[in-house]
Design a protein around this ligand. Sequence first.
Ligand code: T1G
Length: 694
Amino acid sequence: MEGPVRYESHGDIAVIRIDNPPVNATSHAVREGLVAAAAHFAASPEKVAVLVAEGRTFIAGADITEFGKTPKEPHLPDVIHRIEASEKPVVCVIHGTALGGGFEVALGCHYRVMLKGARIGLPEVNLGLLPGAGGTQRLPRLIGIVPASEIFTSAAQVKAEDCLALGIVDELSTADPFEAGMTFARKVLAEGLQVRRVSEMSVPPTDAEALAALKKKVAKANPGHVCHLRAIDTAVEGTRLPFAEGMKLERAAFWDMMQTPQRAAMIHAFFSERKVASLPELKGVEPRKLAQIGVIGGGTMGGGIAVSCLLNGLSVVLIERDAEAVEKAHNGIARTLADSVKRGKLGADARDMLLADKLLVTDDYARLSNADLVIEAVFESMEVKKDVFTKLDAVCKPGAVLATNTSYLDVDEIAAMTKRPEDVIGLHFFSPAHVMRLLEIVVAAKTAKDVVATGFALAKALKKVPVRAGVCDGFIGNRILKTYRTAADIMVLEGASPFQVDKALEDFGFAMGPYAVADLAGIDIGYLTRKRLAPTRKPGERWGEWGDVLYEMGRLGRKTGHGHYVYDEASPKGRPDPEVEEIIARERNAKGITPRSFTDAEIVERYMAAMINEGAKVVGEGIALRPLDVDVTKLFGYGFPRFRGGPMHYADAVGLDKVLASVEAAYQAGDAIFEPAPLLTKLVAEGKTFADLN
Ligand code: T1G
């Protein structure tokens, strides 16, 4: 047989081998090949078949590059039905990550062998979908509706040991996939095992309370999403029907989800996350070696960066200014690692090894002499950074990469402080640095290409999502944040309550509204930013100053238990403080503003107009390479709702002409932040979309 599916005869055992790199996705050719192989097996003398895949993983799912195109037969559910309908047993071998349609193929086989270290999962909800090839109908029959629903609504990957315990697989193996399959096939022959179809099994009893509790938890964890609850309902209703009817119900539900804007947005997010990590300009550029990392500053950011490096196999030399700060930094890192142990993310022995062998915290800069890359994470002051980079220039070996974690300062100016500007780059982590996946890689004018490649290699090593950024105040994320935060302040000055603004944006899907974020980050951060930006403000520009009043009152947000919200035992998540409304009313009064009411829809429209317009400026100025880089930045660093795909994808969905109209309407008041972006105006004039630039 030609193509990505081959058929081999090994005596009484047939081996059906899938070879469709990079992840054996069930492309049209694979589906056709599987149908042909099943027919060949039925007509051949072999008594048992082994289904196995080449490369690093069993089937990793349906081929998502085919999504959005007209589906071609044979459809995956029909392919799986052909395999399951075989009169002779089919054994599949799971290695790597059998996800989505890949796991569904495995469920259609009669026996399942799994390699230790392998994982299964049904991550369709991460794409705005639900399992569409029998996952909602077979898995519940195998392990029950509630355990199955937990798997396909969490998109979690389930370890081999747990799969064996749950009864999802029959055996674990440490052999290679082919050997593991052959061994089990010989067992089938020796014991005369017959076909065992999951579709013919009856569903184990469902605990109604557990199901209700799961639905409540899923709805709370995925506000605004439709696919999670639809998946559970499909499993509950479908498995009450004869299997074939249940499959029809699942198919209908799957195609409903396929049509949703959420599916388009989440597929966009999926592919964009991969596109940002592979820059054409870096093709063939060899990154520099990365074994030992230096970190300057052991505070929240420096400590988090050190932990991220330690958890990903890199050794760390962390510099603090004196013995007391050294001890404090070391204890902070130890506490964070202890937390990882408590949450089961790290073994206690591994933690001890990291602290003993992979981490050195010292006040001696000379210990950086062998560092391959050093990340400075000290106070956001150009003077302090100048001192640090002058020292680094003196002690670091030739070829060491010198990185700054600054969140807005001029990386060109920092590079100019050294004799090696070509080795200087910005690596902007987001707090907490060992959790947040976004890493802005800020490329200065003189940064060498292999230093950029090294930044991307570090991102991969740390499992971060890297976005290339140019040099400007705030790079991509914080520059856009400044704009839509100002837009929110203007609406509050004009009459909206900050609490209404937060609620409207949380209903839109943001993890938190801007004022809850301000309380979390610290009102002092906002205060210092406003002071820093004040000289750059254009005449007549408006922005909120009540934050300065809160700052002067010592109300710094969560860390003091009081900011825009009051945080105490009664309301740990914070309750609106009516006194903030009085403070804002006084500011409106002093500025001669007569307050007006806002609808939630207007709040969202204006807020998003500001975000999209600034995003268009950032792309137009080349600070971000493409609109999708802005989307990824907001998705992975700022809690933008994934089911809306990012601000630029959302803008295309709304229609750029409508967005431009919102921007122009807001600009009537003369606020510079709403000056229409040239790129946005150009795309509307040409009838194009941001997607055309991706
Ligand atoms: N289809 C096509 N290409 C895929 C793919 C897929 N499902 N998954 C990955 N790729 C490409 C990816 O774009 C990249 O390409 C390369 O493989 C390596 O990926 C009917 C409808 C499997 C855990 O959601 O989670 O089945 O950039 O960089 O970090 O019910 O890829 O190299 O050219 O991510 O080692 C369900 C999604 C689909 C799995 C590997 N399946 N993929 O991670 O490599 S919907 C998924 C992943 C479905 C059924 C429904 C990960 C991975 P390139 P990578 P990785």
